[in-house]
Ligand binder design. Structure first.
Ligand SMILES: Nc1ncnc2c1ncn2[C@@H]1O[C@H](COP(=O)(O)OP(=O)(O)OP(=O)(O)O)[C@@H](O)[C@H]1O
Ligand SMILES: [Mg+2]
Length: 231
């Protein structure tokens, strides 16, 4: 069964008196447990598509159906519930809360869920272990390197063990060793918990891990290929 279905999707952004078509008739399905990615030139529509799948934005035409729900038909409250319970985000720009430390930034995603304090602590520490940051739990984002901020964002997206993780350039600020470590961690979560991962990336290192690569160009799907793992 497909966890994500994208049907005749068009996204127009208003620009001046007209509009710009960022996605132009996209049709794609993703099964549960896929480890897939969008590639393509800057401006081809990768982030726009992830935002719509994550119900952070709505289609102009067509539909995005995520876990059997059409994102444009959800109320504000319903789309917040879908995101809080089932979707983890890693944004191109981290979006960490500057006044909170590393531990609190990761814990934040769990505060809306019913969980005891001790369960929450265990989950936060495990997520920080995945990304190798247990020694920085008291640091605030301005005390961290770009790569460390990216690892906090990754821990935050995975701490609630969501059904879907949407990762926009998750390795853009990581060195090769950390990139491989993070990708192996994600792949493990993908295999053990059947979490569906969708990436947007320019990084060859990420592409090597993907089972499927969808290439976008000017808002259209140029190709959609299974990828033989070359690790
Ligand atoms: N809010 C907006 N208003 C107007 N145009 C937008 C808006 N958001 C995105 N666009 C345009 O839509 C196109 C697709 O943008 P998008 O961010 O999805 O590209 P991308 O493939 O993620 O690129 P990159 O690899 O640089 O991250 C771009 O040309 C961008 O300028
Ligand atoms: Mg982008």
């Amino acid at each position: 069964m497909d966890i994500i279905k994208i049907e005749n999707l068009v996204k127009n952004f208003p620009v001046g008196k007209g509009f710009f078509t960022a996605l132009n008739d996209v049709n794609l399905n993703f099964g549960k447990g896929e480890f897939a990615g969008f590639v393509g030139p800057s401006g081809s529509g990768k982030t726009t598509l992830l935002n719509i799948i994550g119900s952070l934005d709505t289609p102009s035409e067509g539909r995005a159906i995520v876990m059997d729900k059409s994102v444009s038909e959800l109320t504000h409250k319903q789309s917040a519930k879908l995101r809080n319970e089932h979707i983890g985000f890693i944004f191109q720009t981290y979006n960490l809360l500057p006044v909170y430390n590393v531990y609190e930034n990761v814990e934040f995603s769990l505060l809306l869920q019913k969980m005891s304090g001790s369960e929450r602590k265990k989950a936060v520490m495990q997520a920080l272990e995945w990304v190798g940051l247990t020694d920085k739990i008291k640091s605030k984002p301005n005390m961290l390197s770009g790569g460390e901020c990216q690892r906090v964002a990754i821990a935050r997206s995975m701490v609630k063990k969501p059904q879907i993780v949407l990762a926009d350039e998750p390795t853009a600020n990581l060195d090769s060793k950390n990139s491989h470590h993070i990708l192996q961690t994600m792949k493990k979560l993908n295999e053990e918990l059947n979490v569906t991962f969708l990436f947007a990336t320019h990084d060859e290192k990420v592409m090597k891990y993907l089972n499927r690569i969808v290439t976008l160009e000017d808002g259209k799907v140029l190709s959609d290929k299974q990828n033989n793992l070359k690790l």
